[in-house]
Design a protein around this ligand. Structure first.
Ligand code: LFR
Length: 437
C-alpha cells in the first residue's frame, strides 16, 4: 500500500486528499476542504494566495504519513518574484478585467496551438505593471511548491496554458518569449519529475494544470472517447497524440493543451457551472431543490460562451438580458433560469464534441463526464440527449485521482501507460451511465 497527498485547488474550492493505491485499486479520502474565490481589492480581482498556502499546510498536516506530495490548480495565473525570491504583489485572478479588451496578434496559433482566451498568461503579461520589476514568474502550483520546497520550476502541462510554449517542440518558444525579461520563465519539469522536498517528504510534479490531472483519471475503456471535465468550466474535447493547428481549428477556437505522457488535450472551454454558481450566489440558495424544479421547467437557449458571462456579477440578470437582446423567450423563475443554463451547456457540449471529431478526425463512441459536474444528474442526462451518445459520469474527484495516480507511478506503486492508470480508476470508482433519450 502506498499513500500520497494531492493538493487540488479549484476556482471555487480547494482540497487536500490522501490517495491510496493498493491491489489494483485507487482511492482518495478528502482530509481538508476550503473555499476559494476572488477577492476584490479596489479595482482588481485577486486570489488570496497566502490564505491558500495556509490551507495547503493545514491539509498536509492532516494527510498523515505519505510518500509524496503533488499540487495542481486552475491554469494561467501566476505570481512574480523579485531577485531575492520574494513575491511581488498579490496574484491577479484571470477573471479580472485587465485583459478584457486584448486583441491577439496574428500568427500565434501556428506556434502555441492555444485557443484565444483573453486571460491566457501571455495576455495578462501584456497588462502586467509589475513585469519590469520581476525576475521570475511561477504559475500558481509551482509557486506553492516553491514555498514548500525552496525549488523552482515550471511544470509542463500548466506551462502550455501560458501561450508561450511551442506546442510542437514542447519548449518555451524563443519567438514568443523574446520580449520578456531574460530568465523570467523557469526550466520546465514534467509530470512525474521530482520537485523538491517538504519536511522530509518528496514533492512530485503532477499534471499541475487541474484539467490535465482530471483527464488522466477518465475511466475510458478504449481511445474512442470524448471527455467533459465539468466544474467551474466545462472542458470539452478529445485526447490526441499530436496537435491540430489548421486555420479551421483556430476559427473554431479549439485549443491544444499539453497533457500527461505527451498527450494533447484538444478541447474547447465552455463557460460551465460558473453560470450556475454565480446564480446561486446571487439568490443565496442551495442547488438541489432548484435542480428538481428545473427538471420540469422550460428553458431558453443562450450562448454560454458569450464573454459577458466571464466576470463575476449578477448572472440571472445577464442571462435574462442576453435572451431579451437576442429575441429569445426570457426565463422568469429561478427554475427556468437554471433549466436554461443546463440546456445551453448541454448544447455547447454537443457542439464542442461534434467540432472536435470533425476537426481532428477522431471518432467518439462515449462521452465521459468527470469532475463535480458529474454529480449533476440532469446535466448528464441532457448532455447524453444532446450528443446522442452514452454518457459515463464520474469520478467526481477525477482531478485529485489523476494527481494521485501520477505520483503513485513516480514512486513505483503503479506502472504502465495512461490506459493502465485509467483501468485502476474504472475498477475502483462508482460510475453512472446515461443513455440518450
Ligand atoms: C479549469 C481551468 C481551465 C482553464 C481555466 C482557467 O479549472 O484550469 O482548464 O482554462 O481553469 O485557468
Amino acid at each position: 500500500m502506498t499513500a500520497v497527498a494531492a493538493v487540488d485547488l479549484g476556482a471555487s474550492s480547494g482540497r487536500v486528499v490522501r490517495g491510496v493505491v493498493a491491489d489494483g485499486t485507487v482511492h482518495v479520502e478528502e482530509v481538508h476542504r476550503f473555499p476559494n474565490g476572488p477577492v476584490r481589492l479596489r479595482d482588481t480581482l485577486h486570489w488570496d494566495v497566502l490564505g491558500l498556502y495556509r490551507e495547503v499546510l493545514t491539509g498536509l498536516g492532516l494527510a498523515g504519513e505519505v510518500g509524496s506530495i503533488g499540487i495542481d490548480s486552475w491554469a494561467v495565473d501566476y505570481g512574480l518574484l523579485d531577485e531575492r525570491g520574494a513575491l511581488l504583489g498579490n496574484p491577479v485572478h484571470y477573471r479580472d478585467a485587465r485583459t478584457a479588451s486584448i486583441t491577439p496578434p496574428d500568427g500565434l496559433y501556428e506556434v502555441n496551438g492555444l485557443q484565444f482566451q483573453p486571460f491566457n498568461t501571455m495576455f495578462q503579461l501584456m497588462a502586467e505593471p509589475l513585469l519590469p520589476h520581476a525576475s521570475q514568474l511561477l504559475l500558481i502550483p509551482d509557486l506553492l511548491s516553491y514555498w514548500l520546497t525552496g525549488e523552482r520550476g515550471a511544470e509542463y502541462t500548466n506551462a502550455t496554458t501560458t501561450g508561450l510554449i511551442d506546442v510542437r517542440g514542447g519548449r518555451w518558444s524563443s519567438e514568443l518569449t523574446r520580449a520578456l525579461p531574460p530568465g523570467l520563465l523557469p526550466e520546465l519539469r514534467h509530470p512525474g519529475d521530482p520537485a523538491g522536498v517538504f519536511e522530509g517528504v518528496p514533492v512530485t510534479a503532477v499534471g499541475s494544470h487541474d484539467t490535465a490531472s482530471a483527464v488522466v483519471a477518465v475511466p475510458a475503456e478504449t481511445d474512442r472517447f470524448a471527455y467533459i471535465s465539468c466544474g467551474t468550466w466545462s472542458l470539452v474535447g478529445v485526447e490526441l497524440s499530436s496537435p491540430v493547428l489548421t486555420p479551421e481549428s483556430r476559427a473554431a477556437n479549439f485549443t491544444n493543451e499539453g497533457g500527461v505522457d505527451g498527450t494533447i488535450r484538444y478541447l474547447r472551454n465552455v463557460m460551465g457551472l460558473w453560470l450556475l454558481q454565480e446564480c446561486l450566489r446571487r439568490w443565496d440558495t442551495a442547488l438541489e431543490p432548484l435542480l428538481r424544479q428545473a427538471e420540469h421547467a422550460q428553458g431558453s437557449l443562450f450562448d454560454p460562451n458569450d464573454p459577458v458571462f466571464l466576470p463575476p456579477g449578477d448572472m440571472p440578470d445577464r442571462i435574462q438580458q442576453w435572451c431579451r437582446d437576442h429575441d429569445r423567450r426570457v426565463p422568469e423563475s429561478s427554475a427556468e433560469i437554471v433549466r436554461s443554463v443546463l440546456d445551453s451547456l448541454a448544447a455547447a457540449h454537443r457542439d464542442a464534441i461534434a467540432d472536435a471529431q470533425r476537426l481532428s478526425g477522431k471518432e467518439v463512441e462515449v462521452v465521459h463526464v468527470v469532475g463535480g459536474g458529474s454529480r449533476n444528474e440532469l446535466l448528464c442526462q441532457l448532455t447524453a440527449d444532446a450528443c446522442g451518445l452514452p454518457v459515463v459520469a464520474g469520478p467526481a474527484e477525477a482531478t485529485a485521482l489523476g494527481n494521485v495516480l501520477v505520483q503513485a507511478r513516480a514512486v513505483a506503486a503503479v506502472h504502465g501507460p495512461l490506459a493502465e492508470l485509467r483501468r485502476l480508476v474504472r475498477q475502483s470508482q462508482p460510475l453512472r451511465r446515461y443513455l440518450p433519450r
